[in-house]
Design a protein around this ligand. Structure first.
Ligand code: ADP
Length: 371
């Protein structure tokens, strides 16, 4: 019961990784699905291709990454028809992402009918956020009727990284408080108390919170009313602007942080401002989560930017020495798992994330194969 195929289905791609325990036996990406010259015509053809190229002998389970678990899916869940209907009912909350996951589940159940399938939700880890942390101060009746609340995303990554951080510090997860900073193309912060999420920066959708590659992160909602009413932009265009033409791309014309960094090194003003806005926003959330947690054992950077950019890590936490938070320059360059000087109150760590491994582990746990 150790072999698990993890599937991450996007609208035009399927990422897959086959695990035996923690070991990776195979992995790959089927891209440009449905496009001319793409790898596959649809999700069914994509999975057929994966099955043809991969030895699935002894496969015990398929773990599906599902973006939105809504208010009711609080943990990885073994899939049956009722669970599929539950995931379908959440399409309005994640119209861009949920249909692809559903399509992946449908074809995997069809092609691998005797293999149990598990849905692992990006939102589930945040089910422990208390009501005062997930409730917005809007009309309760409207919020209830339309399922409007903070859900949070990147949950598998925050869960995995918080647990690994405890390991790096030699502590048990249940006694460790961590602020995890997942900085990839998407980016979010999470306050984790004793292994449980108690606050996170993404909201009803992944648009809220930190500045991202192409997403604006948090803005005053009046910006939307203004763009609609005064600038005359239709609502779909505003959504596209904020989700696909915002963030680093909107500020500097580049969504890849590496390009922003190299232009900043040449003194480019827009790139410098983009970097400053990006890192200041992260610092604002760190400050908020220090206050929410009270005692913080570690602040951990992860994902593409967090794992690879000493400049972002240093700038994000600069000036926090009075709070017992500092980054040691040599350790930061080396991305040693602990990059703070010895003896500080709060360690600063760099821990590579592995969402697929966490999905495989949670899939086995959901099937009762692990304690
Ligand atoms: P995703 O959210 O798609 O999984 P990743 O976690 O791979 O994305 O993060 C992608 C981001 O990581 C990009 O903005 C990229 O510029 C950044 N990144 C990757 N390597 C480096 C690096 N060496 N220095 C700075 N940023 C990097």
């Amino acid at each position: 019961m150790t072999r698990v195929l993890v599937l991450n289905c996007g609208s035009s791609s399927v990422k897959y990784r086959l695990f035996d325990g923690a070991a990776t036996l195979a992995k790959g990406l089927v891209e440009r699905i449905g496009e001319e010259g793409g790898d596959a015509a649809d999700h069914l053809a994509a999975l057929q291709r994966i099955m043809a190229e991969t030895d699935l002998d002894g496969l015990a389970a398929v773990g599906h990454r599902v973006v939105h678990g809504g208010p009711d899916f609080h943990a990885a869940t073994v899939i049956d028809d009722a669970v599929v209907r539950g995931i379908e009912a959440l399409v309005p909350l994640a119209p861009l992402h949920q249909p692809a996951a559903l399509s992946g589940i449908e074809v995997a159940r069809k092609l691998l009918p005797s293999v149990p399938q598990v849905a692992v939700f990006d939102t589930a880890f945040h089910a422990t956020i208390p009501p005062e942390g997930f409730t917005w101060a809007i009309d309760t009746e409207l919020a209830g009727r339309w399922q409007i609340r903070r859900y949070g995303f990147h949950g598998t990554s925050h869960a995995y990284v918080a647990r690994r951080t405890a390991g790096v510090l030699g502590l048990s997860p249940a006694e460790t408080n961590v602020i995890t900073l997942h900085l990839g193309n998407g980016a979010s912060a999470c306050a984790v108390r004793g292994g449980r999420s108690i606050a996170t920066s993404m909201g009803l959708s992944p648009l809220d919170g930190l500045v991202m590659g192409t997403r604006s992160g948090a803005i005053d909602p009046t910006v939307i009313f203004h763009l609609h009413r005064v600038a005359g932009l239709p609502i779909d265009e505003i959504e596209t602007s904020l989700t696909r033409h915002g963030g680093l791309l909107g500020l500097a014309g580049e969504n890849d942080l590496r390009a922003v960094l190299s232009r900043r090194a040449l003194g480019d003003e827009a790139a410098t401002l983009a970097f400053d806005v990006y890192t200041r926003r992260i610092r604002e959330y760190v400050g908020a989560y220090l206050a929410v947690l009270g005692r913080v054992d570690a602040i951990t950077f992860t994902a593409g930017v967090g794992e690879n950019s000493p400049a972002v890590r240093a700038a994000t936490l600069s000036g926090l020495e009075p709070l017992g938070i500092a980054v040691d320059p040599a350790r930061n360059e080396a991305a040693a798992p602990i990059i703070s000087p010895d003896g500080g109150r709060t360690a600063v760590c760099v821990v590579p994330t592995d969402e697929e491994l966490e999905i495989a582990d949670q899939s086995r746990a959901a099937l009762g194969w692990e304690d």
